[in-house]
Design a binder for this molecule. Sequence first.
Ligand SMILES: [Zn+2]
Length: 95
Amino acid sequence: MGTVASKSGEICGRCLQPVAHADAKCRNCGMPRMRTRRLTIWIAVTGLLALLFVIVIMVKSVWDADIESAPPDGGGDNAAPSSSRGPDNPPPLNK
Ligand SMILES: [Zn+2]
């Protein structure tokens, strides 16, 4: 995912010099390479967790809407969620 294709593909986060894959730290400024790698892993894990969270919420809302919008006199095509159907009975304003 690096923009600059070097020999190792990793770039120092501090001095932006290419870091060899065998080096534990940057040869130019001495910044440890593990840090950026761990940060990348953390970002990936966080992104995956967020994606999982969104998927769980979507599945749960679809599941709930499917249960709520199930009509008693069973129709075939009810793809609309219950929130966009609008109020079935108007509020008693003229009483
Ligand atoms: Zn460096």
